[in-house]
Design a protein around this ligand. Structure first.
Ligand code: AMP
Length: 214
């Protein structure tokens, strides 16, 4: 299984780009954050265990995450091209992925965005509770306050997008996830992408990068 890892701080836009790329059907998009939120909404065992960490802006323990990703990956065909969004987030997770005989990490793409922009993106983000459509109070405001343009659902702010939790998530990113940049750099797999541009432009840059035209 051919894996592309999307790296970058929370709010760097990797989820948005992964979703767009997956629409081409050439890739399967796997977001561990989405998987955890689904489990938390259902209130199942994984969701209950994860919620304590997610709501505080901390990482869910490696053992839980490695089991979750192994379980998801075994359901995909061996010839699939997979975009991993939000995994790995620690060195232990990256090593576990490299030790999985069914997977080969082809490249890791780091979405680079200045910290002030990350904070503004995350704290202003609002999501439709019915259809999941994302909005932003300043950059993508809904036509009517707190109401989804698409389905009329109510918009809410993710508990982990509150300012104090965002600060914590960025600190955790710097301490535990940033070291992965040198891990993938030393394996000659790292590529950097300027994530501080309009989403459409990033999508074009990313497509060129994935096609090896850089
Ligand atoms: P995300 O939507 O990718 O920002 O993830 C939201 C939250 O889910 C993170 O702040 C973590 O609490 C948790 N999470 C997602 N992926 C991982 C991972 N690979 N390892 C540990 N925790 C994770």
């Amino acid at each position: 299984m051919n894996i592309t890892v999307f790296l970058g701080a929370p709010g760097s836009g990797k989820g948005t780009q992964a979703k767009r790329l997956a629409e081409s059907k050439k890739f399967i998009h796997l977001s561990t954050g989405d998987r955890l939120r689904e489990a938390m909404q259902k209130g199942d065992d994984l969701g209950k265990r994860a919620k304590i960490f997610v709501d505080r802006g901390e990482l869910v323990p490696d053992s839980i995450m490695i089991d979750l990703i192994d379980d998801c990956l075994t359901k995909f065909p061996l010839q699939a091209r997979v975009l991993l969004d939000g995994f790995p987030r620690t060195l232990a997770q990256a090593k576990a992925l490299d030790n999985n005989p069914a997977t080969r990490v082809e490249r890791a793409i780091n979405f680079v965005v200045p910290e002030e922009a990350l904070v503004a993106r995350l704290t202003g983000r609002r999501i439709c509770e019915k259809c999941g459509e994302p909005f932003h109070v300043e950059f993508v405001p809904p036509r009517k306050d707190n109401v989804c343009d698409k389905c009329g659902g109510k918009l809410y702010q993710r508990a982990d997008d509150k300012r104090e939790v965002v600060t914590k998530r960025l600190e955790v990113y710097r301490n535990l996830t940033e070291p992965l940049l040198s891990y993938y750099q030393s394996g000659n797999k790292l590529a950097e992408l300027n994530g501080n541009k309009p989403a459409e432009v990033i999508q074009q840059d990313l497509t060129r990068l994935l096609n090896g035209k850089y």
